[in-house]
Design a protein around this ligand. Sequence first.
Ligand code: PBG
Length: 325
Amino acid sequence: MAFPESRPRRLRRTPAIRDLVAETLLDPGDLILPIFVEEGLSGRRPITAMPGVDRLGLDELAAEAEVAKVLGLGGLLLFGVPSSKDLKGSGAYDDRGIVQQAIGEIKRAVPETVVIADVCLCEYTSHGHCGVLHGDEVDNDATLPLIARTAKSLASAGADIVAPSDMMDGRVAAIRAELDKAGLQQTPIASYAVKYASAFYGPFRDAADSTPAFGDRRGYQMDPRNADEALREARADLDEGADLLIVKPALPYLDILHRVKTETSAPTMAYHVSGEYSMLKAAAHAGFLDERAAVLESLTSLRRGGADAIITYSAKDAAAWLRTL
Ligand code: PBG
């Protein structure tokens, strides 16, 4: 059937008809809000490069968890900003560390909150790299036990899901073994299986104070020119025991997201990263874009592209907008 019998515009005529035939749903329950918790801070401290996002003190977490619950968000993803750092990132696996305490605060206030703990050393190492150094290189095998210990410490503190973002080879297997040994067989691993060495993490490094003191992360994060490699990473992590996969960044890597979802059929999350957030904010602030429309369209595109859930700094705004559509 061709035009004039076929007229695709018939199904676009009214909002109700468009809703009826819409293929993709965006729901607050699919959105995960990242939170930066700063040790020693009381109240909130704005992050310059991410307008609208603050670092939170421990005393702010109960209220934030309440807001997330009222908005119906799918979960919170925690990052720590410790007051001191060292060569081995020991703050990451300190059972009294800032994120471990944060998990306790949130769980006490709103126990049903899905708390996801980012597992990495970069916010805790004095050199800002995601593992321990051997000369100028990040030593993969020497880092694994520390990553595994971090995951165990965070899960023991009450994290519902641990999410390793360090990109060391073999970390998912190392974490699974350590969790199981500690009786934490039921804690899922959401692996940042596909994490590119991206310029779009710029604002995050300001937010989390995790800029590498020298060099960059291209020796362990993926090369943006590669797509097949993403599938190898995803399959390797599933083989090692990953329960969920994360693709990061999100919109510039929509092709990767789609392939990972369709070729593995594993639960897949997209991380709409700091730079993606800040670009939209800056353009909206300048009056070049309608923030609400551009954010909702971006998040909808990620769902359409294969994301079961989306990690986004716009989670609270998007949830509120979705409720008033
Ligand atoms: C830690 C980590 C980073 C992000 C999430 N976890 C920074 C990095 O790898 O440099 C980036 C998130 C964002 O930009 O929003 N390894």
